[in-house]
Design a binder for this molecule. Structure first.
Ligand SMILES: Nc1ncnc2c1ncn2[C@@H]1O[C@H](COP(=O)(O)OP(=O)(O)O)[C@@H](O)[C@H]1O
Ligand SMILES: [Mg+2]
Length: 359
């Protein structure tokens, strides 16, 4: 046991992956650790023949996950698209862990991402002393995955400048990366593929070129469509997070989660659950991911400064912080919501008071 704060998916779930591998008698694409069917079980949860319980990682449509996995077994790459907090990064890590046993070949896309992060760079000390050589070459995560036949992950693809994005076209269409300095090339081994993620609010910033788009199959990850599904996602993730952070409290009462999720959904949708009252939406994204952190913070407060039971006062600060991102506009939105909606709900009186105190 080590005390790293967050183990990679393949380390954290090593037991599950081993159990799945042992039982897996379905055909595997070359260099895949598991069959597509077993990858889906790893992601969606289930039980192996020997009784090992596989915890669900992603809660949502099975078909969507099957399409994503099947794509990775073809010569097309996978683009996970969606609004922030829809588990794009999360899913890409787990897919890479289950398919190639390594989720760490990762490029974080930003407007400053350079070609070296997608192709290769040089160790300049060696380059100057020895000239261009294999030893002086610094491989990118993509190049390393080509060499091993694994999955490379590119986060926030659409934030990368388009000329740098275009470096991917040859890689994805020819499955090779020329290295003219060494008069050589790296040909991708079987199993190599790319999972990219992109925020669909960024679209248009650096729209993907048509040539690159054609190399990807797009899977859109949706926001959970009904409240109970969202409550279940928050419950599951809060439980897992609480365990890994060793928080000395547990959330036995699901009502507090239900309240947080309701507040988030109503503000997001701009209307109350019963459809009667229109409300304004705040500027920030109130995604499931934020709901998870509001509840987790509530647990930490209750555990360390309360009696271990999460109450309205423990989630109020988190709610306020999640909603009020802009100190002027969002504050008005939050205040209106508190007065028009929260105050009117009798069982929510404790929440109303706790939130008012923070205004
Ligand atoms: N459908 C879902 N199933 C499981 N976890 C989810 C789901 N939707 C959101 N999450 C959780 O939300 C958190 C944030 O997800 P993340 O991958 O960072 O979002 P994105 O990259 O889409 O912005 C993760 O902890 C993830 O577990
Ligand atoms: Mg992300």
């Amino acid at each position: 046991m080590t005390d790293v704060l967050r183990a990679h998916a393949e380390q954290q779930h090593a037991d599950e992956l081993t159990a799945l591998r042992k039982q897996d008698d379905r055909p595997k694409p070359p260099n895949w650790v598991l069959s597509p069917w077993a990858v889906a079980t790893y992601v969606l949860g289930g039980e192996t023949a020997d009784g090992t319980v596989i915890t669900p990682k992603y809660l949502g449509s099975r078909r969507l996950i099957e399409v994503a996995i099947a794509t990775l077994a073809t010569d097309r790459a996978l683009l996970l698209l969606g609004v922030p907090g829809t588990a794009k990064t999360w899913l890409s890590e787990h897919l890479a862990a289950a398919i190639s046993g390594d989720s760490t070949q990762l490029v974080q896309g930003t407007s400053g991402t350079a070609e070296e992060s997608i192709r290769y760079g040089w160790n300049y000390a060696r380059l100057l002393s020895e000239g261009p050589s294999q030893q002086a070459l610094v491989a990118s995560p993509v190049l390393r995955s080509m060499e091993t036949g694994g999955i490379a992950r590119i986060e926030e693809l659409t934030r990368i400048p388009s000329d740098v994005q275009d470096a991917l076209i040859t890689i994805l269409s020819e499955k090779t990366l020329p290295i003219p300095e060494l008069d050589s090339e790296v040909q991708a081994r079987a199993g190599f593929n790319i999972i990219a993620t992109a925020n669909d609010r960024d679209r248009g910033v650096n729209d993907l070129s048509a040539a690159l788009k054609r190399r990807f199959n797009v899977v859109v990850l949706p926001l959970p469509d009904d409240p109970e599904a969202e409550v279940e996602i928050v419950r599951l993730r809060v439980k897992q997070l609480g365990e890994s952070l060793s928080l000395p409290a547990e959330l036995e009462n699901i009502d507090e989660i239900r309240r947080v999720v309701t507040v988030f959904r109503e503000l997001r949708d701009g209307v109350t659950e019963d459809g009667r009252t229109k409300i304004k939406s705040p500027s920030g994204t109130l995604s499931t991911a934020e709901a998870i952190s509001v509840v987790t913070n509530g647990i930490a407060l209750a555990a360390h400064f309360g009696d271990g039971v999460v109450r309205a006062g423990d989630v109020a600060a988190g709610l306020h912080g999640a909603v009020v991102k802009d100190p002027v506009q969002d504050r008005i939105v939050w205040q209106e919501y508190l007065e028009a909606v929260v105050r009117e709900r009798k069982p929510w009186n404790d929440l109303y008071r706790a939130c008012r105190e923070l205004m």
